[in-house]
Design a protein around this ligand. Sequence first.
Ligand code: SDX
Length: 449
Amino acid sequence: MGNHQSLISFAQLKHTLIILMADNAKIILEGNEYELPVFTGSEGEKAIDISDLRAKTGYITLDIGYKNTGATTSGITFLDGEEGILRHRGYSIEDLAAKASFLEVAYLLLNGELPTRQQFDDFDNAIREHTLVNEGLEGMFKAFPTGSHPMGQLNSMISALGLFYPKSLNPNRPEDAINRTVLRLLAKMPTICAMIYKKRSGHPIIYPKNNLDYVSNYLNMTFAQVTMDHYQPDPVIVDAMNKLLILHADHEQNCSASTVRMVGSSQSNLYSSIAAGIAALWGPLHGGANQEVLEMLELIRQDGGDVQKWVNKAKDKNDNFRLMGFGHRVYKNFDPRAKIIKKTCDDVLNKLGVHDPVLEIAKKLEETALTDPYFVERKLYPNVDFYSGIIYRAIGFPTDFFTVLFALGRLPGWISQWQEMRREKQPIARPRQIYTGEVPRNFKFMQDR
Ligand code: SDX
């Protein structure tokens, strides 16, 4: 095999034959036969292990966007996109959303088991000890342009948070030191999210109250005012927020979780790995979609609510418009989270006595799209972002704050993914490529060009 690098593009298998057997795959390349092991996961998922493909054949694989490529094994979350199944450490998302608190689910993701009462109390109390942030961090708000996007602020704040704990910048410290960093991040993220919310409205920051549970504390720091004697978060809102944070807690190797793992694989510290995940989540094709959905629904409402017109635009290849909150790389059935959020949406708006006209538009949009062959053929269903923003708005959050709430929910998932990658001592992530640029040519001085 020459020293050039060839590739197997699964989309263009011409001179290649892949034969899959129970526990290995045979590849016949240019008349030579190679065996590659087949890996089977605990839910029966199968992969061809190509760890030594290049050493054996000189070929690499090419899979832009990793649509068919597994970057790791993982025991945290299982998705079945065809069946619309989501489980965390073996527990269904339906059970967790209905029966657990967000902090219980965070413990489950991080430790692999649901906590006993004692374990939960220890975890909860340890977090309460770390809810304050260094006053120096507040100085960062002087640098942020007024009205700048909360996700940009959150990204900067979490990266800066690590600078206040220089020892934590070494990710190879003993487990107890790493766990202290994990607790700090879990404890300070709500405080920082609330600080960002307060600063954008020019109001004084509300400090954490450690007699409140995790979600109530976050709502109190966000919506209480210094002028209030007492703020009692509405139990309907506390329950809805718990559910929403659980539904966003982890989602296996999505774009932001893979980013956290990739940055962490260089032995970068946890704060900078999480900040990188926040940056990836911000994108409108990922977590930023929840903001885009509300803006899209508002646009349709202001345009007179002609849902079919906008569904047609989403189908038109010459039109850049996409139905935000629809479609998913993995789910080719209903996103189970979207089903739960849709029901929560009805409950919360009814209990709060809120009538939001965009909810009716969302439902009409869903009905129209789900009967349209374009969406049916492509198996495009509402995803987690389609209804979540309607609830966030009913609770009182501004649209550009929705993705901050997604990040608040996703934090324990990101940390769990980073921990798993680190504990398994995975190598630095460094994908290959196929070069398609200029072949060697001689340099010419400027006067000769
Ligand atoms: C999240 O990965 C995760 O797990 C993410 C997440 C998590 O919890 O971490 O679930 C959270 O990010 C949910 C997704 C939020 N994003 C959006 O709602 C943005 C709108 N949706 C898309 O842009 C799109 O569906 C993606 C990005 C979600 C998935 O894109 P893929 O898998 O790369 O699919 P694709 O873009 O190749 O689309 C396949 C076809 C294309 O048409 P054809 O070229 O076959 O003719 O479906 C079409 C696309 O044009 N299509 C859409 C569409 N989504 C896909 N057409 C109109 N509207 C859409 N929303």
